[in-house]
Design a protein around this ligand. Structure first.
Ligand SMILES: *Cc1c(COP(=O)(O)O)cnc(C)c1O
Length: 447
C-alpha cells in the first residue's frame, strides 16, 4: 500500500560519513556534560538535526536508521507533515489559553476520537494531560475517587513512569527508583505472566497466583485499581500468556475494581491494533495513552467509562498545560494519518518482515532465547546458550555494534538483556531489512 505524505525530504538511505558519534556530536556532547544534569542520560550521543520516514540525520551528516521512534513516540514518522503542518497552523492562531480557563475545540475533538477509538461501545469520557506518568497518576486519582478505596495493584516488571507515585508503581530499581524514595503507600505488586520464564505455568495459573495474593494480602474490596501493561514495555516487551489478562479483568469486575490498561507504549496502532488490550479480548474500564498519540508533541490522556470518569468532583482533574492546543492539533493530525493509512496494517507488515528474520537468526545464534512481541513492538531476549540466564553483556555489545553501524537500537527489560524494536510505521522496507542485516552481522561479530 502507499503511505501518504510522509516525505519531508529526508533521504531514505543509511549513510555514514564519520564515525558515530562524529566530531560535531562529540563537541556538542562536551557542552551537554557542562550544561545538563548528569542524571539525564543519553543512549546514543549523536545529536540529531533532521528526521523523517525511517531516518535520523545527525549534525555530522550521518543518516541513521531509526529502530526506536524516540521510544515508541514517532509512530507516524518523524516530522510527519500531517503533524508538522497542524502544529504550525495552530501555533500561528494561538498557543495556549489553559483549557480550564478558556476552552477550545481541539481538546474536545481529541477526546471524541479517543472515546471512539478505544475498546468498548459503552459511553466514555477523556481527560488530557502532558506526560505518560501524569496520565497514570490521574487514572489512580479517578479510580480512587470512584471506588472510595485506596489500594493500587501493579505487576512485576511493570513500568508506569518516574514521578513519585509512578516510581512506586514501577518495578525496576535501577535506574528508575534508586535513592529516590520514600514512595507512596498502598501500592501492591503481584505476579505477571512472563511466558519465557514461567516454565510450565500458563496464563490462568499465574493469574491465580496474582488474585490469591490480592485476596490474602489486600482484600479485593480494598482495591481501587489494577493497572496492567497489555504488552509490558520497559519490563522487556513481555506478551502475557493467553488467559492471564482475562482472568485478572474478571477478578477486577467481580470485586468492583477499576481495571486500567496502561497503553502508553503499546497503544496507537503500535501492536497492529489500535490498542494492545484488544488482542486479549478484554475491555478495560480506563485506558492511559501518551507516547504514540501526537507524533512527538507532549500529550497524554485517560479515557474510560463515563460513570467512572465523571465521578470526580468538578475541578478535581486538570493542570496548566494539559491538552495544550498545539499538542491537540498534532494529535488530530496524527490520528488522521493513522486512519487514512491503515496504520495498524503497517504495524502488522513490519511484524511480517521482522519476525521470520529474527526467528531465522535464533536458529543460528543460541543466545537468542526468545523472539516475541506484536506488530511493530518486537524484541529478542538474550540468554546464555541452553539456559534462561540473562545475557545483558551481549545486549549491550550488540547495541554498541548497531549504533556504530548507523542503526539506532534500544535495550530494555528487568535484566537489561532484551533487545527491542520500535520502528516508525513509515519505515521503508529496504531500511528495515538493512537494519536486520546489520543486527545479524552484530551477532556474527559479538556472539
Ligand atoms: C513511557 C511509559 C510511561 C511514562 O510516560 P512518560 O511520558 O515518560 O511519563 C508510563 N507507562 C508506560 C507503559 C510507558 O511505557
Amino acid at each position: 500500500m502507499t503511505i501518504t505524505a510522509v516525505d519531508n525530504g529526508v533521504r531514505q538511505e543509511r549513510v555514514l560519513v564519520t564515525e558515530i558519534p562524529g566530531p560535531r556530536s562529540q563537541g556538542l556532547m562536551a557542552r551537554k556534560v557542562e550544561a545538563v544534569s548528569a542524571g539525564v542520560g543519553v543512549v546514543l550521543p549523536a545529536f540529531i538535526e533532521r528526521a523523517g520516514g525511517g531516518i535520523l540525520v545527525d549534525v555530522d551528516g550521518n543518516h541513521l536508521i531509526d529502530m526506536g521512534s524516540g521510544i515508541a513516540v514517532t509512530t507516524v514518522g518523524n516530522a510527519n507533515p500531517y503533524v508538522s503542518d497542524a502544529v504550525a497552523e495552530q501555533a500561528h492562531e494561538f498557543t495556549h489559553t489553559c483549557f480550564m480557563v478558556n476552552p477550545y475545540v481541539g481538546y474536545v475533538e481529541v477526546c471524541e476520537h479517543l472515546n471512539r477509538l478505544t475498546p468498548g461501545d459503552h459511553e466514555k469520557r477523556t481527560a488530557l494531560f502532558n506526560s505518560g506518568a501524569e496520565a497514570v497518576e490521574n487514572a489512580v486519582k479517578v479510580a480512587r475517587s470512584y471506588t472510595k478505596r485506596q489500594a493500587v495493584v501493579v505487576l512485576e516488571h511493570g513500568y508506569h513512569g518516574r514521578t513519585n507515585l509512578t516510581m512506586g508503581l514501577t518495578a525496576k530499581n535501577m535506574p528508575y527508583k534508586h535513592s529516590f524514595g520514600p514512595f507512596a503507600p498502598e501500592i501492591y505488586r503481584v505476579p505477571a505472566s512472563y511466558p519465557f520464564r514461567d516454565g510450565p505455568h500458563g496464563g490462568k495459573e499465574v493469574a491465580e497466583w496474582a488474585t490469591t495474593r490480592i485476596e490474602k494480602e489486600i482484600g479485593g474490596d480494598n482495591v481501587a485499581a489494577i493497572i496492567v501493561e497489555p504488552v509490558q514495555g520497559e519490563g522487556g516487551f513481555i506478551v502475557p500468556a493467553p488467559g492471564y489478562m482475562t482472568a485478572l479483568a474478571e477478578y477486577a469486575k467481580a470485586h468492583g475494581i477499576v481495571f486500567v490498561s496502561d497503553e502508553i507504549q503499546a497503544g496507537f496502532c503500535r501492536t497492529g491494533d489500535w490498542f494492545a488490550i484488544e488482542h486479549e479480548g478484554v475491555v478495560p474500564d480506563l485506558i492511559t495513552t501518551a507516547k504514540g498519540i501526537a507524533g512527538g508533541m507532549p500529550l497524554s490522556a485517560v479515557t474510560g467509562r463515563a460513570e467512572i470518569m465523571d465521578a470526580v468532583h468538578p475541578g478535581g482533574l486538570g493542570g496548566t498545560y494539559g491538552g495544550n492546543p498545539v499538542a491537540c492539533a498534532a494529535a488530530l493530525g496524527s490520528i488522521r494519518w493513522m486512519e487514512e493509512n491503515n496504520a495498524c496494517g503497517l504495524a502488522r507488515d513490519i511484524e511480517a518482515v521482522m519476525v521470520p528474520r529474527l526467528k531465522a537468526m535464533q536458529e543460528n545464534f543460541p543466545q537468542i532465547g526468545d523472539v516475541r512481541g506484536r506488530g511493530a513492538m518486537l524484541a529478542i531476549e538474550l540468554v546464555e546458550p541452553g539456559t534462561v540466564n540473562p545475557n545483558a553483556a551481549l545486549a549491550a555489545e550488540l547495541n554498541r555494534y548497531c549504533h556504530q553501524h548507523g542503526v539506532v537500537t534500544l535495550t530494555t527489560g528487568t535484566y537489561g538483556n532484551v533487545f527491542r524494536f520500535l520502528p516508525p510505521l513509515t519505515m521503508p522496507t529496504h531500511l528495515l531489512e538493512e537494519a536486520l542485516t546489520i543486527l545479524e552481522a552484530g551477532f556474527e561479530a559479538c556472539a
